[in-house]
Design a protein around this ligand. Structure first.
Ligand code: MLT
Length: 256
């Protein structure tokens, strides 16, 4: 079972974190949503308190680890959400375990696989982390991980991202970079999704911008897309109140 934080009662909602962070990135979702659902946030394999996988790392393997965690918690079907890498895992889960899905939340993510340039960049980052502290990787990523508004006016959010990322192990980061590099395209999964789906994206997201969110929204029947203002790629940390409002409204729409 993955290391997991659980707060609240009611409908189970599982949120999967981004790279190179951990379940710590959902702190404000636990504060804002635990009165509305049972919020479950695992550390994906190799991050936080979850061990690095022994076998060859893959996004599908991460989805398998999430389903094993649901089994341990005796949860049959959940609302599953993921941000960026967490969204890749959520789409792999939707393909492999559709019967375990009651709803889907895709935040600041994309269905497309890496192209050649992105794959080469993963290899460059693997070499970087093999030779340098994790903080070097974080400093390279920060300008795109956070929106301009956050970088200019919310130093506390920048500090939390730096701290969470620096806590991750080089082995976990290297395994995840290989999994990200080798992940298959998930675009064909999208039209098969039959559960209520919410797509969220920050309007300053440079890594998975609005066009990508709109392509996913067009492909998933009946999905709803919400644009979060003054937020970059880590929209749940940059605009937690708006992010939580959108999730609450989505969960409410599932019951009414
Ligand atoms: C993430 O935020 O999880 C990463 O940006 C995903 C990626 O690099 O593809």
């Amino acid at each position: 079972m993955l290391a997991t934080e659980i707060t609240g009662n009611g409908r189970p909602v599982v949120l999967l974190h981004a790279f190179p962070l951990s379940r710590g990135m959902w702190r404000q979702q636990h504060e804002g949503l635990s009165g509305h659902c049972r919020l479950i946030t695992p550390d994906l394999p190799g991050f936080g308190d979850s061990p690095v996988p022994h076998d060859s790392p893959s996004i599908e393997g991460m989805a398998d680890a999430v389903v094993a965690t649901l089994d341990s918690l005796s949860l049959t079907a959940v609302v599953l959400g993921g941000l960026s890498m967490g969204g890749y895992v959520a789409m792999a889960f939707a393909r492999k375990y559709p019967q375990r899905l009651a709803g889907l939340i895709l935040a600041d993510t994309r269905s497309e696989a890496d192209d050649d340039a992105a794959r080469a960049n993963r290899d460059r980052l693997i070499a970087l982390v093999q030779q340098n502290p994790v903080s070097t990787l974080v400093e390279q990523m920060l300008p795109k991980l956070l929106g301009a508004t956050t970088q200019d006016s919310r130093p506390e959010v920048v500090a939390v991202v730096r701290r969470l990322a620096a806590l991750q192990s080089p082995a976990g980061i290297i395994a995840a970079l290989a999994a990200l590099r080798d992940r298959p395209d998930a675009t064909t999964v999208l039209p098969t999704i039959k559960v209520p789906t919410l797509i969220l994206v920050g309007d300053q997201d440079q890594i998975t911008p609005l066009e990508m969110a709109d392509r996913m929204a067009a492909a998933i029947p009946g999905s709803r897309r919400v644009l979060l203002p003054n937020a970059g790629h880590l929209s749940n940390m940059e605009q937690p109140t708006l992010f939580n409002d959108a999730l609450r409204e989505f969960l409410f729409s599932m019951t009414s």
